[in-house]
Design a protein. Structure first.
Length: 488
């Protein structure tokens, strides 16, 4: 009915809702006179509106795929499911920001505004069907992210994080745009389908230029999802940013960039050619390096935020192996991994945030003896760590198993061995943190004030999918199995 009344706009209602939400949040924030006023009502309003956005996204999930706005944007099950995960991740980060002391009380609503703005850019990026829309999505997502990373303006580390993020981001965006300009010059179009249709006829110098242009273009996406060698900004930005911002960065920008990488790969390289062989080879090498650098470097980290930053690099390196196979089974594996990773990441940062607020640090030491103070929280955190490591019966095991299945089916045994070795490496530093919580004696007997009944209830609610997705994973796999990419 809505689609009949508003035409193509009916399919774009979730994005419109987010734009309206961001605008009304700006007005609401400007109307608050007391700088120290509680922003609870504003945050509650943001969560309520995002819930409405979710309803429309689930409605779109059942619709037939189509292109809108002169084929600039694609509405298909794949992009819609990615948007659902990003909206859930945004809601989780906003909820975390409300309970966290790492964001100044008068900036909590500003965090909501920025987070919704980044979400809009991520949704645009996930649905982009031409180079211009894709670039606009990257920039919308990036510019607001630079501000979010420097939210703690009174601290030098936060200011440094924002500066590094902006410098790296500006450079990578420029390189990507340079690659896009060459692709347009050779192919004569910015529409993905039209560009892809002209690739088989390329030869000689034009083919060489296009290969280099795709590598340049890949820089922009590789930077957003922290792929090697564009990952250098991630640990410093994650550590310097407030914990809710770090949690948000671990989910929304990464999934948006990954969605665009999947769409580009499926549209441009699904047919066998020299370009396809080169692209798949590039993805395999980058995946191996990203996993290895992320997991090996995480071993020596004392800061849990930095550990989770390097851990996220390792996870992304594994997730892009679903791109390598260039089929719907790989897409399904990536989507399931994204859902599981979102819940695991939110819980890890939620618990780290409460301990950091209590002790003013995010080091391993603050986790000492957590099992004696808050047994339930320690058990849940240990469960999440084992899930991140890929241990059964948690969702992380199924997520990794799906990725291993698709690459082994394609007989990519070499990268499968590298991925397996990295999983063992990651198990070491995850178990090390779990050991600190369970076997080390606590420094003092004081309870963690942040673990209120309400916060513990939220953490338990987030943990249920981590456990249930590892047991009843078939339902989600069926849902993600229908989330195909619309290529036309």
């Amino acid at each position: 009915m809505i689609q009949q009344l508003f035409g193509f706009l009916g399919y774009y209602i979730p994005e419109i809702i987010c734009v309206v939400l961001m605008t009304t949040l700006l007005v609401a924030e400007s109307a608050v006179k007391d700088e120290n006023a509680n922003r609870g009502k504003i945050i509650g309003y943001a969560l309520a509106v995002l819930s409405i956005c979710l309803i429309f996204l689930f409605q779109n999930l059942g619709e037939a795929p189509l292109h809108i706005f002169h084929k600039a944007v694609t509405i298909d099950p794949f992009s819609t499911l990615i948007k659902i995960i990003m909206v859930l991740g945004t809601m989780g980060a906003i909820l975390l920001s409300y309970s966290s002391k790492d964001i100044y009380s008068n900036l909590k609503s500003e965090f909501c505004i920025m987070a919704v703005g980044v979400l809009i850019g991520g949704m645009l990026l996930a649905s982009a069907n031409n180079m211009l829309t894709l670039y606009l999505g990257i920039e919308t997502l990036s510019i607001l992210s630079y501000v979010m990373s420097s939210f703690k303006r009174d601290e030098a580390t936060s200011t440094e994080a924002g500066m590094k993020y902006a410098l790296y981001g500006g450079l990578s965006a420029g390189v990507a745009l340079y690659g896009i300009s060459h692709l347009y010059g050779i192919l004569g179009s910015i529409q993905f389908a039209e560009m892809a249709s002209k690739l088989p006829g390329l030869e000689g110098a034009n083919l060489a230029i296009v290969m280099v242009a795709f590598i340049l273009f890949f820089v922009g996406i590789g930077y957003k999802i922290s792929l090697f060698p564009f990952h250098m900004w991630t640990p410093d930005v994650y550590q310097g940013s407030p914990i809710p911002v770090t949690a948000f960065f671990s989910i929304v920008p990464k999934l948006a960039g990954l969605a665009s990488l999947v769409r580009i790969s499926m549209i441009f390289f699904s047919q066998s050619s020299v370009l396809t062989i080169s692209w798949v080879g590039l993805m395999i090498v980058i995946s191996a390096m990203t996993m290895s650098v992320g997991n090996i470097t995480a071993i020596g980290q004392n800061s849990v935020k930095r550990l989770l930053a390097f851990s996220s690099i390792g996870h992304v390196g594994l997730m892009i192996l679903g791109v390598v196979v260039l089929n719907d089974v790989g897409i399904r594996a990536i989507l399931f991994y994204g859902i599981a990773y979102m819940f695991m990441t939110l819980i890890a940062f939620y618990i780290t945030s409460q301990l950091s607020d209590m002790y003013g640090s995010d080091s391993h030491e603050v986790f000492k003896g957590l099992i004696y103070k808050h047994p339930l929280m320690a058990i849940i955190m240990a469960g999440v760590l084992f899930s991140l490591a890929g241990m059964p019966p948690f969702s992380g095991f199924v997520a990794k198993f799906n990725i291993f299945s698709v690459i082994i089916e394609k007989k990519l045994y070499g990268i499968a061995i590298v991925a397996a070795i990295n999983s063992v490496i990651s198990l070491y530093y995850y178990v090390k943190l779990a050991k600190t919580m369970i076997f080390n004696e606590a420094d003092g007997e004081s309870k963690v004030t942040g673990f209120t009944p309400a916060n513990q209830a939220v953490i338990v609610a987030l943990f249920i999918p981590v456990l249930m997705l590892g047991i009843f994973w078939e339902k989600i796999m069926i849902l993600s199995g229908n989330a195909t990419i619309f290529i036309n």
